[in-house]
Design a protein around this ligand. Sequence first.
Ligand code: KIV
Length: 267
Amino acid sequence: MSSPRVKVLVPHLIERKNSSEVLTMVTAYDSTFASIVDEAGVDLILVGDSVATVMQGQKTTLCVSMEHMEYHVQMVASVKPKALIVGDMPFGSYQASVKDAVRNAIRLVKAGAEIVKLEGGVHVQEAIEAIVRADIPVMGHIGLTPQSVHALGGFKVQGRGDDAARVIEDAKALAAAGVFAIILEAVPASLAAQITAQLSIPTIGIGAGPDCDGQVLVLHDILGLTQNTLKFTRKYADIRSTSVDACKQFVAEVRNGSWPDDDHSFH
Ligand code: KIV
């Protein structure tokens, strides 16, 4: 019989740097999906601001508010997962001032996040240092940072050619600021490998090749619920088709009078 899973803690993740056991992180925005990914054994559940595109029907993540993130973090925290809960700091919650950054990080922790994540490199160094001083573990996020979509001119691969130096500088700035891990999004695999080798903290990749210390995907892409064709996602199931078929069957049974049947009626 396998022993019950123990709660994952931040020091465990740091110890996994350079270990053969690659870190896994999957998004969830509610209690049902949080319990599913936790049962699957992921190390981290990311309550991502991708909630905007996945759940809110938006084209970018820019509209997400602190109130939205608190609400989704609370739902995920309600299942008391063994995985660590990462709360994403939404656009506007840390850019205006360092004080805002600390106050909003504290709000996410009070909602149930055990780690906060924010996007950016050198320019968010001060905000990260201040959050770390408040004893809140911080995960960085560099490369393609979706909150900078307008400045980047679209959702594009970052760090190709001469631009690699900028991403490396961002990685070093975050490590110096005290993040315990960094997400590398949509960067060449060779650059991600180089950054991973240079840092003493774990890297977690999405569209960053196989040499990171961990990998993250959006749950709704894994399940085939989104109709995403991004190069760096993988559909491990086709729950969308299964769901459409189930609903079609319900509609057909109601229309042909076979639902509800006698077994499901009260007498
Ligand atoms: O919000 C999110 O889901 C993310 C991941 C794609 C890394 O930031």
